[in-house]
Every structure is written in structure tokens, then in C-alpha cells.
Write a protein that binds this ligand. Structure first.
Ligand code: PMP
Length: 404
């Protein structure tokens, strides 16, 4: 069954044929919709085309597809049972591992998706403070529930009424946002760096991170880090740990279990009591297979220094792309941590150059994205990056020929 045939069939039985962030209609024209398999840092689409994969399934795959240690742990648990009348011992082991790994974590609660975790973190903050308002950065993505989805379709204004926006990295703007809802701030929710789609990424200013911590303390509000996208790719201890800024609550998901479905909220002792009061649950939240996969993933990242491997591969990719862009006469901006990279072309406001280049990359066996950040995995070797750079070089040449 080809991609075209599957799209045709899907259009009859799935709204729009596909929806949400993996809808290939939103990317450049040549992007495949359907995939057959993945192995290491490679994926194959249903038409049999092979790609070196720099999206890693939009973040979850951090050790490479079908990593043996993770697959073995998942299979061992699956043989015992996955969805039982209560969690397996693995839930306690995984919570202990998170508490041992993440300095700001005294406890952990589990769910399935990043949206579950950000929503649950805000529930804990509201239960703790008895307040309603949440300060969030303008344009930040925290999930797809009505309170946070970027599209208003199907939601009511009421569902977003408790959000007050500030400008990322502006302490002044954060303080003004807080002042408008004086006395009613339950939480400040913030991503560890600015990784909004369609624009260059921006690392956090350490003074902003420290200022957000101090403001939350002054207000008696919770500082929530949304580490769903960056978690386990920047620092295993939490993405603001290098700045010595510790949150009250952290939302985790994506890379936590190398592709198995799981999310978590971790929090401090002070919030343990309020967390206990929530009614927050789901039929599949305590499934043991994903927990076994999470434990194996985090231990493997720790034991093999997986983040350092991603940093080496990401740095090599960034250098190579810089040299190639220059040699083809393009000025590019490469932003974000090297483990969660992105490239934009200078002066390409409508992203048409990025669209052309990413399409050309696909034709040369490199899967990356025109308007969303990419993800490195610990499976990207120096040889893989070198091979990918052969493809990107041809793509730059073709893009130069196209734009003149
Ligand atoms: N927060 C951030 C920062 C994210 O990047 C995402 C997913 N892109 C989410 C929350 C929501 O996660 P999920 O799609 O798993 O619900």
C-alpha cells in the first residue's frame, strides 16, 4: 500500500485524512504521511524510502528506534502483563529513579501525554494555592487541551480566561503580567528555552530564569517548568539545573521512554500534600510496559552519557550545515541547544526557502523540518551525520539553483 493510496483511504475514514502535529499536509509538499518502520537513527516510509531521521518522532525517540535495552525491558514487562488492576512494582522503581535523578523531585505522578502532565502540574499548583491565574509566555506550546491548544476551534474563551501572557526572557513583562492579577497567581509555567514553531529558538537568559524563580517565591506561586520537549536531551537532572534554578513542579514526557507512551509530573515535598488531593487519572496511565521502557531509557541515558553523544553529533551537524550554507551563499541561523537544533534562512520570512530545502533534503534521504525544531538521538553516529551532510549539501545546491 503506497502513501498516496493510504492518504486516499484515510480521507474517507479520518477527519482530513490526518490531523494534529503529524499531519504532513502542514509540512513541505514532498513529506510522506505514513511510515513503515524505524531502526536506530533511520526511518523508512511506506514507499520504501529510507531517511536519516532528525525528527526522532518529534522528540520521543532519544536512544534511537528499537533500542535493544529498552525493547528488552518492555518485552519482559509485556510478558507479565501491561494494563492490570493496579500498577506494577515498576511504578515505584520508576518514581524512585526520577527522585534520584532530578534534584527538584521528591515525588512523581504518571500519565500518558505531555498535555496530561502540564495540565496536572497546574492542578497541583491551584490545589496548593487556592488561586486561579497562570502566567505563560506568549506563543509557548504547552499542549492540545482546550486551555492550551494554539487553535481556538472547538474551545470557548472561558477555557483560556485564567491565562495571563508575558514575553519570554523579559522579566519586566513577567512582573507586569503578575501585577495585573495580583494575589491570584497560582503558577508561572515556562519552557526551559523558547522553542516556538516558525521562529528561531532562543535560549533562556539566566537572569530571567533566576528572576522567574524569585518572583514565584515572592508571589507564593508555583514555578512550573514544561520540560516535555527538552527533558532528557539537555540535562538529565532537569533543563534549568545548569542555571541552578529549580522548579516546584516539572512536566515531562516525550523522550522519557524512547517512544513508549508516558508522561510525568515531579514536584517538591511542599506540594506533595496538594498533589495527593487531586482526582487525576486515566485508564492507561499506570500501564507497566511504558514504565519499564522509561526506566530502561533513563538508565541507559545515564549509564552511557547519552546526552554527551547527542551533543557531539549535534555539534558536528551544526558545523557542517554552517560551512555548507556559507559555501552555497546562504546566511542561516542555527538556534537552540545542539541536541534540539533548528535552522532558518536569513530573510526567509515566509519560509519558502526552508520549505524548498527541507523537501530537497528528503529527496536526498535526510528527514528534518522546515518550521519545527529537530531532535538528535544518541544513535546518531559521526558516520550518520557525515552521510546526512552529503544529502544536505546537495539540497543546498538545489535550493540555490531554485532561488537563483
Ligand atoms: N509541552 C511542550 C513544551 C511540548 O513540546 C509538547 C508537545 N509538543 C507538549 C507540552 C504536549 O505534549 P503532548 O503532545 O504529548 O500532549
Amino acid at each position: 500500500m503506497t502513501d498516496a493510496e493510504l492518504r486516499q483511504r484515510a480521507s474517507k475514514v479520518v477527519p482530513g485524512g490526518m490531523y494534529g502535529h503529524l499531519n504532513a499536509a502542514l509540512f513541505a509538499p514532498g513529506f510522506p504521511q505514513f511510515f513503515e518502520r524505524g531502526e536506530g537513527c533511520r526511518q523508512w516510509d511506506v514507499d520504501g524510502r529510507e531517511y536519516i531521521d532528525f525528527m526522532c518522532s518529534w522528540g520521543p525517540v532519544v536512544l534511537g528506534h528499537r533500542h535493544p535495552r529498552v525493547e528488552e525491558a518492555a518485552a519482559r514487562q509485556a510478558a507479565l502483563g501491561d494494563c492490570l488492576n493496579g500498577p506494577g512494582p515498576i511504578m515505584v522503581e520508576l518514581a524512585e529513579l526520577l527522585v534520584d535523578t532530578v534534584p527538584s523531585a521528591d515525588w512523581a505522578m504518571f500519565s500518558k501525554n505531555g498535555t496530561d502532565a502540564t495540565t496536572q502540574a497546574l492542578m497541583v499548583a491551584r490545589a496548593a494555592t487556592g488561586r486561579t491565574k497562570v502566567l505563560m509566555a506568549h506563543g509557548a506550546y504547552h499542549g492540545a487541551d482546550p486551555w492550551c491548544t494554539p487553535s481556538p476551534a472547538g474551545t470557548t474563551p472561558n477555557e483560556r480566561a485564567d491565562l495571563v501572557e508575558f514575553t519570554y526572557n523579559s522579566l519586566e513583562s513577567l512582573e507586569s503580567a503578575a501585577a495585573t492579577v495580583e494575589g491570584d497567581v497560582a503558577a508561572i509555567i515556562v519552557t526551559p528555552f523558547k522553542h516556538d514553531s516558525f521562529e528561531d529558538q532562543e535560549l533562556v537568559e539566566p537572569a530571567f530564569a533566576r528572576g522567574a524563580r524569585a518572583l514565584a517565591d515572592r508571589l507564593g506561586a508555583a514555578l512550573v517548568i514544561d520540560d516535555v520537549r527538552a527533558g532528557f536531551r539537555v540535562d538529565l537532572r532537569g533543563s534549568w539545573e545548569p542555571y541552578r534554578v529549580r522548579p516546584d513542579l516539572t512536566a515531562w514526557s516525550k523522550a522519557m521512554a524512547n517512544g513508549y507512551p508516558i508522561a510525568a509530573v515531579t514536584g517538591t515535598d511542599a506540594l506533595r500534600g496538594p498533589a495527593q488531593t487531586l482526582y487525576s487519572t486515566g485508564s492507561f496511565w499506570f500501564s507497566a510496559v511504558a514504565m519499564a521502557a522509561a526506566k530502561a531509557t533513563i538508565e541507559t541515558l545515564r549509564d552511557t552519557d547519552g546526552i554527551a553523544a547527542m551533543e557531539r553529533a549535534g555539534a558536528r551537524l551544526r558545523e557542517g550545515l554552517y560551512e555548507q550554507a556559507k559555501s552555497h551563499g546562504f546566511t542561516v541561523n542555527q538556534t537552540g541547544p545542539v541536541t534540539i537544533p533548528w535552522l532558518s534562512f536569513d530573510g526567509d520570512a515566509d519560509l519558502s526557502v526552508a520549505m524548498h530545502w527541507s523537501d530537497a533534503c528528503l529527496r536526498h534521504g535526510v528527514y528534518l523540518h522546515p518550521w519545527h525544531n529537530w531532535f538528535m538521538s544518541a544513535a546518531h553516529t559521526e558516520d550518520d551525520v557525515a552521510k546526512a551532510l552529503e544529502g544536505t549539501d546537495q539540497a543546498f545546491a538545489e535550493t540555490r539553483a531554485h532561488v537563483g
